[in-house]
Write a protein of this length. Structure first.
Length: 396
């Protein structure tokens, strides 16, 4: 069990890289979406479904790998997910039609879910309370670099590779992370603490998790916030490149800047939690989300210039950094005995809601207004879930 500061940082880096698989699967090929649509002779809205398919896979995969890890331990499901990610990414690169790509993207998402769900479960195995919040913030620091680095990497690679080459890059990343996991990580869930009975009983634990009101309050709060984030991720390549005329490289820079705001916000919230508590910091993050996304809608309604849109987007994205750390920590603290299942519910909620929000931005054609209204609506639903369900949880 890593207890020293250096070991904690090492584990945060390792788990952060695994948790970054989800963002990498989503963000790396974002600059290539317009080129992908043209190459496969498919409309913009249909090309965006490749993002939706990945998000659905990321959500469904949580329900597979989370409960499975409560039963078998963390490392074996992690190994399986990374092998599957390699195979699915190669399948994406070889796809000749949009239907083939969507199927491969679904399996790529399923595989990418393993890193996300198991990184949270392993963290909960090791830490609790403010220590867990601080560790989640360290995870966010590493994981938050993925949305920054992935589109920048994708934009840079597009100078040498087409969109198929980006998916082959994901396959290579899967192999490298598989080697890292086998060399650096150890089993954090001993046999004595694993779920007893059949695999069906492990999945049955999901019912106990979803009926725990405080947990679901924080879970849905984070889920709707992230659905707004995914709406931004899905719509921004088209809004910023096709409407505002940014190049793939300029778009990648703007996307990276917003990702930096996400990281700064997450680290700031972790430092505030020991002083104010996770619950109060979460409320502050939701307040920021409401103000920033409301301002974003005003820019869409008024046809504001690009700098104003980007400023509102920056703070809208940054608010997710506050909420991701605090809501996830509060939710996971309430489910210590069912960490894998709890992590699965958090993941499937985020990615399922995200899969719904992405195509909403394309209704009637992707525009600044549809993107901003979708983000605001998702954030507003997050606030409603917090007010209706969330309360300071008790550890179980």
């Amino acid at each position: 069990m890593p207890a020293t500061h250096s070991n904690r940082i090492g584990y945060a880096i390792s788990l952060g890289l695994l948790a970054a698989l989800g963002p990498l699967c989503i963000d790396l090929y974002l600059p290539a979406l317009p080129a992908l649509a043209a190459d496969l002779h498919t409309p913009t809205a249909t090309a965006q479904l490749s993002l939706t398919a990945g998000l659905l896979g990321l959500g469904a995969g949580q329900l597979i790998f989370g409960p499975l890890s409560d039963k078998t331990g963390r490392l074996r499901p992690l190994t399986l997910s990374l092998i599957l990610l390699f195979i699915a990414s190669v399948g994406c690169a070889l796809a000749q039609t949009i239907d083939q790509l969507l199927l491969a993207r679904l399996f790529e998402g399923l595989a990418g879910a393993g890193g996300a769900v198991l990184s949270r479960a392993i963290a909960r195995d090791m830490y609790s309370g403010h220590d867990l919040t601080r560790f989640f913030a360290m995870l966010m620091l590493v994981n938050g670099l993925a949305p920054i680095a992935a589109p920048v990497m994708g934009g840079a690679l597009m100078a040498f590779l087409d969109w198929r080459g980006l998916f082959m890059t994901l396959a290579l990343i899967a192999l490298l992370l598989l080697a890292m996991a086998r060399l650096k990580l150890h089993e954090t869930l001993p046999a004595a603490r694993r779920s007893q009975g059949s695999l069906l009983s492990a999945w049955a634990a999901l019912g106990k998790v979803v009926t725990h009101r405080p947990f679901m309050g924080f879970c849905l709060t984070q889920g709707f916030m992230m659905s707004g984030m995914f709406a931004y991720i899905g719509a921004s390549p088209f809004v910023l490149q096709q409407i505002y005329g940014l190049s793939p490289q300029a778009f990648s820079f703007c996307f990276a800047l917003n990702g930096l705001g996400l990281v700064i916000a997450s680290q700031t919230s972790a430092r505030l939690c020991p002083l104010w508590g996770e619950y109060r910091v979460l409320k502050g993050g939701l307040t920021l989300a409401f103000i920033a996304s409301g301002t974003l809608v005003l820019t869409g309604l008024s046809g504001a210039a690009l700098p104003l849109v980007l400023t509102a987007l920056f703070f809208s994205v940054a608010s997710n950094g506050v909420i991701s750390v605090t809501a996830a920590s509060l939710a996971m603290q309430s489910q210590g005995k069912r960490a894998g299942s709890a992590s699965a519910v958090i993941g499937v909620t985020m990615f399922t809601l995200g899969a719904i929000s992405v195509p909403v931005t394309g209704l009637g054609g992707t525009s600044v207004l549809t993107m901003t209204l979708t983000i605001f609506g998702c954030y507003l639903l997050a606030i409603v879930m917090f007010l209706l369900l969330a309360q300071k949880p008790q550890t179980v």
